[in-house]
Write a protein that binds this ligand. Structure first.
Ligand SMILES: [Zn+2]
Length: 267
């Protein structure tokens, strides 16, 4: 079984973790889904377009998103500037799209010092997503000092060459994401890491989860860091107790169990 590209020996992955970590954050090893708290309604054959507007209100007064460069009126209905910064162009989530994955063209250099890890970005054709903005958001998250940069010993670059990529971060419709995560049962509502691919479902990219309240940006940072964390060899962790900060590698999408939301491995 191919388990993804290997990092340089200094960052060798614990083999046990690699073998087991076909990590869907809805399924424990052994393939049975334990996502009791995840929305487990099996998608019917042609689910209607779930026109659920993103949970948070449009940029009403008081919600201090970064001052939008364009006048607020130009924001798509139901979205904030931060949603747009993450590439989201519509609050509506279509259950399926074209099924074709498109690589975001071009490459970006890794900032700072340390070992360079190259990431490729793909977006399913037909999603209402700005691929360049999505790619920039993913790389900005991974290169944040609170992310997997390990005190400046690691940094992330973007490539559009599959041969150079350590992993491919893929944003797909609920239906295609479920297919890409198989044999895991993610129901289109959970993301996963499968081999050398990190699969993010657009269902959560747009809507996040209730426990993150209006902080959809925080949830997006969580799911990028969590799934890439699996690609780097990290397994699941658990809430240490009520009111504690949730470990990044906790399956937060399935519920925080009393812990507080946390998008970072090094908060
Ligand atoms: Zn996970």
């Amino acid at each position: 079984m191919r388990t993804g590209k290997r990092l340089a020996t200094s960052m060798a992955l614990p083999l046990a973790v690699v073998m087991l970590t076909l990590a869907g954050c809805g399924a424990l090893p052994g393939g049975s889904s334990d996502d009791s708290s995840a929305q487990t309604s099996t998608p019917s054959s042609t689910p209607p377009e779930s026109a659920v507007a993103a949970t948070a209100e449009p940029t009403a007064a008081g919600e201090s998103d970064a001052a939008p460069s364009e006048p607020a009126t130009s924001l798509p209905k139901g979205l904030t500037q931060k949603d747009v910064n993450a590439g989201v162009l519509s609050a509506k989530v279509k259950w399926k799209a074209s099924g074709k994955l498109q690589t975001v063209k071009g490459s970006t250099k890794a900032p700072g010092k340390g070992q360079v890890i190259k990431v490729r970005i793909q977006v399913e054709k037909g999603l209402k997503i700005d691929g360049d903005k999505f790619a920039d958001f993913v790389l900005a998250t991974l290169n944040d000092r609170r992310s997997w940069t390990e005190k400046g010993t690691r940094r992330f670059a973007r490539t559009d060459d599959a041969g150079q990529a350590f992993t491919t971060v893929t944003l797909a419709s609920p239906q295609t994401s479920a297919e890409l995560c198989r044999p895991l049962q993610t129901m289109g509502k959970l993301s996963c890491r499968n081999g050398d691919r990190v699969v993010l479902t657009n269902y959560r990219w747009v809507k996040a989860i209730p426990e993150y309240k209006k902080n959809r940006e925080g949830y997006r940072q969580y799911v990028v860091n969590h799934e890439v964390g699996h690609a780097l060899g990290h397994g699941h962790e658990y809430c240490a107790g009520k009111g504690e900060l949730a470990p990044l590698m906790m399956q937060q999408t399935k519920g925080l169990l009393g812990c507080r939301p946390n998008p970072w491995p090094h908060p």
